[in-house]
Design a protein around this ligand. Structure first.
Ligand SMILES: O=C(O)C(=O)C[C@]1(C(=O)O)C=C[C@@H](O)C=C1
Length: 387
């Protein structure tokens, strides 16, 4: 491996913005292939040397942070969000924002893994949408830990066996995943990020023939996302809800008359053929995941805060919870009320609001709320998902 030049001590000169250099008109309708490839080779050389240089600077950042105990201490979600937002702001095409974001995430993921890869727990086995969410948020240099349940993801992060966890919390068509929210009532963990994943469902089987299918396995949420399609195309088949889509794929692998609804990736992992897909009823089907960890992080400039508020059952309780936020014009994306398990008819309100807990106006609104509520817990302030 050739050695990249170490960063010089001097402050690096700001790099000039390199607008996608127009391909010269003189190349004509059918340019010479060898000439075009020579251009690409030259650009690749430059990209590679810049990536190597960036990796060296990222090491310097590591040193600048001082001697830290583990990879988790080097991870800065607010900084990553800022880097990615700048990528989007600079983008003038031809590649789409989400494509460039994916590439830069991978670069940051590799830079961070120079210290030690992050360990991230998710609802396994391999091939689940949760695993895709891990890759989307942390890049492929993070080490994914497939776990048996969302509860286990919380436990492993709390015990320090995983640095972070990624858990599904809501689907655009099906609403909130209550069991995930309820975990926060007793867990000390914090929310450090969110990931939005477009979810495409596929019907997968060993033979690939729809006429063989008598049984369909999937996670309950995935079955619900494809209810209309199943009613139309497989009305007679038995539907079985199982712990995860990948578990469904594992079962479908064992019998010709069984199929799974899962991501296309699960088909590759478990050697199944695509019978049909995408088969989700809503074309914008999106699942939101939360990144859970043990610490809170500073503001990124565009953040969301999740809070949990306990109130006694009393007239106007909900109004009093919302009023301090509404009065300050704070945007609220969600409110859910859940039984608090601390006493009969006591409720926990889960609220997602715009802003960071360390910054006004949210900080002041929370102070008002604390005067009235039995308890206010900040579950986390984290960067709004970058596409
Ligand atoms: O800026 C930092 O704090 C870094 O550690 C560098 C870097 C990066 O590659 O840009 C890497 C990991 C962090 O999560 C954030 C950013």
């Amino acid at each position: 491996m050739a050695k990249a030049k170490p960063p010089s001590k001097a402050k690096p000169a700001p790099r000039t913005k390199r607008v996608a250099a127009a391909v010269p008109e003189s190349l004509g309708a059918q340019p010479d292939l060898a000439a075009v490839r020579a251009q690409i080779d030259g650009i690749d050389r430059e990209i590679q040397s810049l990536i190597a240089e960036r990796a060296l600077w990222a090491r310097q950042v590591g040193k600048a942070k001082g001697k830290l105990a583990a990879a988790v201490d080097y991870y800065r979600p607010e900084r990553e969000a800022q880097v990615l937002r700048r990528v989007v702001d600079r983008n003038e095409g031809p590649l789409a924002d989400d494509v460039l974001v994916r590439l830069f995430r991978e670069i940051m993921s590799a830079c961070l893994a120079q210290q030690e890869p992050l360990k991230v727990g998710y609802l396994g086995p391999e091939g689940t949408f949760s695993q895709q969410a891990v890759h989307k948020h942390f890049g492929h240099s993070a080490k994914g830990l497939p776990l048996a349940s969302v509860e286990e993801v919380f436990d492993e992060v709390a015990a320090g066996h995983a640095d972070f966890g990624v858990v599904p919390v809501e689907n655009s068509g099906q609403g909130t995943i209550q069991s995930t929210l309820d975990m926060f009532i007793t867990s000390p963990l914090k929310i450090c990020g969110e990931v939005e994943l477009r979810v495409h469902q596929y019907l997968l089987s060993r033979t690939g023939h729809i006429e063989d299918i008598e049984r369909v396995y999937s996670h309950g949420l995935s079955l619900a996302q494809c209810r209309g399609w199943l009613r139309q195309h497989l009305p007679q088949a038995e539907k079985h809800a199982v712990a995860s889509n990948a578990e469904a794929a594992r079962r479908a692998r064992n019998a010709d008359d069984s199929a799974a609804i899962a991501g296309e990736n699960a088909g590759h992992v478990y050697g199944l053929k695509v019978v049909a897909g995408p088969i989700e009823d809503r074309p914008d089907n999106t699942t939101r995941f939360l990144v859970i960890g043990r610490a809170l992080f500073p503001p990124s400039g565009h953040d969301r805060t999740s809070i949990m508020v306990f109130v006694r059952d009393q007239p106007g309780a909900l109004f009093k919870v919302l009023e301090p936020l509404a009065r300050r014009g704070i945007s609220m994306n969600r409110i859910e009320s859940r039984p608090a398990h601390t006493g009969l008819w006591q409720y926990a309100f889960f609220i997602d609001a715009g802003g960071h807990v360390e910054e006004s106006p949210l900080r002041d609104a929370l102070a008002d709320l604390e005067d009235f509520a039995e308890n206010v817990t900040v579950l986390g302030s984290y960067p709004v998902a970058v596409p």
